[in-house]
Design a protein around this ligand. Structure first.
Ligand code: PEP
Ligand code: MN
Length: 455
């Protein structure tokens, strides 16, 4: 991985890794035992980081190129990882589906793709309520495996600080496996057939995908025949990680000063983001993230006003540094046409840099009559397609997508090529939080992006 020269940035003298503690903090659990909490944090502060500052700078450079329209960002993974899903098959299938999607995008958009997994640390969840009631029992909400357990028992829901140590270890194992797969040639473009998941044999999308894989393989061999040299760098790709920076004590413990690079970095992930529920300008999460030098994302929901967006830019990217700030809008297919254009126009008029990304998942969640939390494929695709048009009309550019997906054959979102219905949700619904696109629906979204852009 190349090492781009770091640029200097000015973090104000009043910031420190723990300065967020003086701000109102939403969505944080209350740990029952402060001594056990401090012990766990002290241990975390000693553990090695999960990523390095030079990897972070190389991602920032790629995101800066995406801001200029020279790359497209693909960010995806589970809504929440769970400790029990830290398993080779699940990890490699998720990597495969992301690689397949990026192949579709590179081929169709004729642009390099920035690949960012929503994994190796996506263990904390914001919740719409602090408690959950079933029958006449009320318990604290499940806040992700980083905090407590999903089982509906009193013991399972107690926040346990030792889970932070376990999460750090699981993140490291996930990352180690992903790095080893990629270094070992898993992503070799000479052999895209390695990435096949078993759907290829029978899916309605299989022919289109196979055709593309064959033509890419042919193109690589043709280039090599013509030039007489092997296209070596096609077996090495960059893959980055991201998660919602929600549990601030954990994030703080993995925040390290890198003097050579002039500043503080969150070394638990390359690309932390701020969720919609914790995006308040004067809140603890914005305070924490303004001081780290990682590229950062922030989710933008339908209630955000243009002025608020500009103030977030002042606070989170005062130097207008390239690649620093990504706005991930998540409006919902029904609202995006109303809510997005004023935001795009305000940022466009302002002239500062930002990468615009569409999360077509979180504004399109609904509940079915048979009690499942789901999302309709047509709404997901519809929100992405509308985004492209709305950006084009505003003179801005949609530079990427942020998706919740899995490499497994789950039935959590309805619709798609196989036209899953509400009844199908009963077959393979595995998420304990939000519904994910299955492998086939994920590929279909990638193909629909290409189709939309080649219209
Ligand atoms: C999420 O990404 O899982 C999430 C909760 O999103 P948002 O903050 O946009 O609601
Ligand atoms: Mn989610």
């Amino acid at each position: 991985m190349s090492t781009p020269a770091p640029s200097l940035s000015t973090v104000s003298a009043d910031w420190a890794p723990d300065s967020w503690r003086s701000r109102p903090a939403m969505q944080l659990p209350t740990y029952p035992d402060p001594v056990a909490l401090e012990d766990a944090l002290a241990e975390l502060r000693q553990l090695p980081p999960l990523v390095t500052s030079w990897e972070i700078f190389s991602l920032k450079k790629q995101l800066a190129e995406a801001q200029e329209g020279k790359r497209f960002l693909l960010q995806g993974g589970d809504c929440a990882e769970s400790f029990s899903d830290c398993e080779s098959g699940l990890i490699s299938n998720r990597l495969k589906v992301l690689l397949q999607m990026s192949l579709v995008l590179v081929h169709g958009l004729r642009l390099p793709v920035v690949r960012v997994g929503r994994f190796a640390g996506q263990y904390a969840k914001p919740r719409s309520a602090d408690t959950e009631t079933r029958g006449d029992i009320t318990l604290p909400s499940y806040r992700g495996d980083l905090v407590n357990q999903p089982a509906f028992t009193e013991a399972a829901r107690v926040p346990d600080p030792r889970r932070m140590i376990k999460a750090h270890a699981r993140s490291a194992m996930t990352m180690n496996f992903v790095r080893a797969l990629i270094d070992g040639g898993f992503a070799d473009l000479h052999h895209p057939e390695y990435w096949n998941l078993n759907w290829v044999g029978y899916s309605p999308l299989a022919r289109e995908y196979q055709h593309m894989v064959t033509s890419i393989g042919d193109a690589v061999r043709f280039m090599e025949t013509l030039s007489g040299v092997e296209v070596y760098n096609l077996n090495r790709i960059d893959f980055y990680t991201s998660h919602e920076a929600l549990l601030l004590p954990y994030e703080e413990a993995l925040t390290r000063e890198v003097p050579r690079q002039h500043g503080w970095f969150n070394l638990s992930t390359h690309f932390p983001w701020i969720g919609m529920r914790t995006a308040a300008l004067d809140g603890a999460h914005v305070e924490y993230l303004r001081g780290v030098r990682n590229p950062i994302g922030i989710k933008i929901g339908p209630s955000v006003q243009p002025d608020q967006l500009l103030r977030l830019m002042d606070v989170l990217n005062p130097d207008d540094e390239p690649g620093r700030l990504t706005f991930i809008h998540r409006m919902g297919a029904a609202q995006i046409a109303d809510k997005l254009p004023p935001l795009l126009q305000a940022v466009q008029r302002d002239g500062r840099r930002v990468l615009w990304v569409c999360d077509p998942m979180h504004g399109n969640t609904e509940s079915t009559a048979n009690g499942f939390k789901t999302r309709r494929f047509d709404n997901i695709r519809g929100e992405v397609e509308q985004s492209f048009d709305l950006h084009a009309a505003a003179g801005t550019r949609l530079g990427g997508v942020h998706l919740e997906l899995t490499g497994e054959d789950v039935t959590e979102c309805t619709g798609g090529a196989r036209e899953l219905t509400e009844v199908d949700l009963e077959r393979a619904y595995r998420s304990t939080v939000d519904p994910r696109l299955n492998y086939e629906q994920s590929l279909e979204i990638a193909m629909s992006i290409v189709r939309k852009q080649s219209q």
